[in-house]
Design a protein around this ligand. Structure first.
Ligand SMILES: NC(=O)c1ccc[n+]([C@@H]2O[C@H](COP(=O)([O-])OP(=O)(O)OC[C@H]3O[C@@H](n4cnc5c(N)ncnc54)[C@H](OP(=O)(O)O)[C@@H]3O)[C@@H](O)[C@H]2O)c1
Length: 376
């Protein structure tokens, strides 16, 4: 039986470049404090993936209480072993019967898997927190960032025997709105234009492996292996690798547009975005141009952001020190800098800000765990 500890992407995750020692799920590290009888039973769907691994990290780091935990993935991983907080688990193949007795299921196995299995879980009384795009725009499904719109899920309760679906927004949407919403609350955003610089990790564990492999191949003078991405990624950048839609925007860009309107419950806000893949291993960055209804000067904006939950301001003009993907990798906060007046707009009605966040953590797994914490 293969041990998951040997998998390539876990080696990638444990690199010192990420600044934070990753928890080792494969060796006992500490006594589990929150494994309690009255706590919910949990399932992690896609546990062997980039986001799935972070779910485990957060369940542990945040002492999330649970009675039992099911590790679910595809048939390929069935039988692999994971040691998580003193206990050995065997990864099980996801099937329609996986959710009997499960109170909360975290899904991160892709949209088609969510579409097929999340409704089955809900029918069995499970509250599903879904990381995929499958249900985000479904009117009946709340799309939640706990710091932004926790009220959207207040009707969903645990322990009633009634299942429900809650969607995690797209990672770029989460990182952007963590920084922009506190400013929106003060001055009301009328228009937002976002340009993103997105890391390999946003495309999953295999994409991170491909970037590393390509980097080595190019340095060795070989032609790069292109399996996940259709073109050379190392030492290059390109428009996000999802489909282009009839309006010329790609799927990632239109996700941001639609999700921001839904989360803010604002059909009038004008949003446009340009999403670019850059050869960064982990953490997304974005430049955001904002137009406000009410005036907002840069000092006030900086103060608002310094007091915003989950936001850290890194805006040292003297030292030319602003947020970088490397600094926010494996961090739970979103970093904001380059807070400056937009010279193309009159008075104090326009600002630029630059935002970086680890999209596997706050952009995916952490946000989902925070949603589950609201349920508790
Ligand atoms: N990466 C991010 O930053 C990010 C951010 C927000 C949302 N998301 C979303 O989260 C989901 C997963 O992303 P990821 O980056 O973690 O991808 P990933 O690293 O490629 O992992 C995919 C996971 O899904 C599992 N899986 C694949 N096919 C399956 C099947 N038929 N039945 C059960 N499990 C199956 C895989 O299991 P095996 O190991 O057995 O193949 C693996 O555990 C996607 O919907 C993605 O859009 C990702």
């Amino acid at each position: 039986m293969a041990s998951l500890s040997l998998s390539r992407h876990n080696q990638l995750f444990s690199r010192p470049i990420f600044h934070r020692p990753k928890p080792n799920f494969f060796a006992p590290t500490k006594i589990r404090m929150s494994l309690t009888e009255n706590a919910p039973s949990i399932a992690v769907v896609g546990v062997t993936g980039a986001v799935g691994q972070e779910f485990l990290s957060f369940l542990s780091d945040r002492d999330f209480p649970y009675r039992s935990i099911k590790m679910l993935a595809s048939k390929r991983s069935a039988g692999r072993r994971i040691t998580f907080e003193d206990k050995d688990y065997v990864v099980e193949e996801l099937t329609p019967d996986s959710f009997a007795g499960v109170d909360i299921a975290f899904f991160s196995a892709g949209s088609s898997i969510s579409k097929e299995f999340a409704p089955l879980a809900v029918d069995r009384g499970t509250v599903v927190v879904d990381n995929s795009s499958a249900f985000r725009m479904d009117e009946k499904v709340p799309l939640v960032i706990p710091e932004v719109n926790p009220e959207a899920m207040q009707h969903i309760k645990l322990g009633t025997g009634k299942g429900a679906l809650i969607a995690n927004p797209n990672c770029t949407t989460i990182i952007c709105l963590m920084a922009v919403t506190p400013l929106h609350r003060r001055a009301k955003v009328l228009c937002m234009d976002v340009t993103t610089y997105q890391a390999a990790s946003g495309a999953g564990a295999a994409a991170m492996e491909e970037l590393e492999l390509q980097t080595r191949e190019v340095l060795e003078g070989k032609s790069p292996t292109c399996k996940i991405f259709k073109q050379q990624y190392a030492f290059n950048l390109f428009s996000h690798n999802v489909s282009i839609l009839s309006n010329g925007y790609n799927e990632e860009e239109m996700k941001m547009v639609k999700e921001i309107m839904k989360i803010w419950n604002d059909k009038d806000v004008k949003v446009a975005s340009t999403c670019i893949r850059v050869p960064i291993m982990r953490a997304h960055s974005m430049n955001v141009k904002l137009q406000f209804e009410r005036p907002l000067d840069e000092d006030t904006a900086r103060d608002i952001l310094k007091n915003a939950p989950g936001v850290v301001v890194i805006d040292d003009r003297e030292a030319n020190h602003f947020p970088t993907p490397l600094e926010v990798s494996n961090k739970d906060y979103v970093a904001v800098g380059r807070i400056r007046r937009d010279l193309t707009q009159d008075g104090n009605h326009g600002l630029y800000i630059y935002v970086c966040g680890d999209q596997i953590r706050k952009g995916a797994a952490l946000n989902a765990i925070q949603i589950a914490e609201l349920l508790l």
